[in-house]
Design a protein. Structure first.
Length: 401
């Protein structure tokens, strides 16, 4: 099978290791023996797999050469030669052999975390469809061996080939999810490729998305709104420091992870971009898009602050700030950014949310600065005082300053 990712693979499989490649030694995953065939002879070497590279070691255990497996197709095989069974895998076009099937299983389990696997049907059972978007379908799947459940986001190759920027968006999403490690961001475990589809194997959340939670509750408790806002801004501050901009924050792209209303995971990085350069591509969801994007101006990470402001407005008031009939009317109100006062927005909340919904991006605060706003700061201080005030011993309550 020809991989759809072959166009972004390095043309040269091996690269000689030098001091400038020291970063590839970080985050070691596994060290083990592999056998390669050269001029009809089987040669065994020690290899180290890190989160970014497969490194061949010399007889002294020092790095000799390396390859980057992240966009290479991983295909296991079993061969019988003169009645003897051999085990191995092909990484891109290069064959590696192992001493046993057990050793092969270990290598495959580790390599699946860093390359493109191709054994989806052998590894997972599809239980049911749990979501559908314009470019993908999400299935609840179960690992056949461990029985652990995952969400498998399926993108058809025909869609990727037919739609402009679809391949670029897929690559950006995979890169961002492998890079971002945060408790409020969905985790990507594996990427699989079949003859028809690409599957992203992701965390599964049975509690539904924020949209369904808002439909059920209409609006959230005030304290929960503050906790939600703090968690969301903590996450955006982390993402923006990592130079990742989501560009499609909305209720449907936030998954609730339990019964409370402030713990969540951000999902669907299909429209994200990585970098500090200003962008001009218009994308996102009507009603959540920053005005500068709708006005075809160049923009940066501040578009996420605006979208987050819309989300917070909704969970506080139970209403959308740009509510209207029809997409065109929503986009018009969204672009003009005229927001009426709402009785459920008290003075400090209104100041907080309206700062996030400033029409001019330069007037929108950074996430880190919003975390110091009195609405957030006073709640954090109150929580600390509650904890300290309730601390007790047998001799009575103790207040610690």
């Amino acid at each position: 099978m020809a991989s759809i990712f072959s166009s972004i693979e390095d043309s040269k499989f091996w690269t000689k290791f030098s001091p400038e490649h020291q970063s590839y030694l970080s985050n070691p995953l596994f060290i083990g023996s592999l056998i390669t065939k050269k001029s009809g002879q089987m040669i065994e070497h020690l290899y180290e797999l890190t989160s970014t590279a497969l490194i061949q070691l010399d007889h002294k255990g020092k790095p000799k050469k390396f390859t980057l497996p992240n966009w290479k197709l991983l295909d296991p095989f079993y061969e019988e030669t003169l009645g003897e069974l051999t085990f191995g895998f092909r990484l891109s076009h290069k064959d590696f052999f192992t001493n046993s099937s057990e050793s092969l299983d270990i290598w495959l389990e580790w390599l699946k975390k860093t390359s493109i696997a191709c054994t989806f049907e052998e590894d997972f059972a599809i239980i049911k469809e749990i979501g559908k978007g314009s470019s993908s379908t999400v299935y609840l799947v179960e690992d056949i061996e461990t029985r652990k459940q995952y969400a498998a986001k399926c993108i058809k190759k025909s869609h990727i080939k037919a739609k402009k920027n679809a391949f670029r968006n897929l690559v950006q999403e995979i890169k961002a999810l492998y890079k971002l490690k945060h408790p409020n961001i969905i985790e990507l475990y594996y990427v699989y490729e079949t003859s028809d589809c690409i599957y992203l194997i992701l965390e599964y959340f049975p509690y539904g998305d924020l949209y369904k939670r808002v439909l059920k509750k209409n609006f959230f408790d005030k304290d929960d709104c503050v906790k939600f806002a703090k968690n969301l801004l903590d996450t955006l501050d982390y993402m923006h420091n990592e130079k990742v901009v989501h560009r499609d924050l909305k209720l449907e792209n936030i998954m609730m992870i339990n019964d409370n209303d402030y713990n969540f995971k951000i999902i669907d990085f299909g429209l994200c971009y990585e970098g500090e350069d200003y962008q001009n591509e218009r994308c996102g969801s009507p009603g959540y898009i920053a005005p500068e994007m709708l006005k075809k101006c160049k923009y940066n990470h501040k578009v996420d602050i605006f979208s987050a402001g819309v989300i917070l407005y909704i969970i506080i008031t139970g209403q959308h700030p740009f509510n209207a009939k029809g997409t065109e009317n929503i986009l018009r109100k969204n672009m003009n950014c005229f927001i009426k006062d709402h009785p459920m927005l008290e003075k400090v909340e209104k100041d907080f949310v309206m700062n996030m919904l400033q029409a001019l991006p330069q007037n929108r605060p950074e996430a880190i600065h919003l975390l110091d706003h009195p609405w957030i700061f006073n709640q954090k201080r109150s929580s600390i005082c509650t904890i300290l005030g309730s601390f007790s011993t047998r001799g009575g309550s103790v207040v610690i300053y």
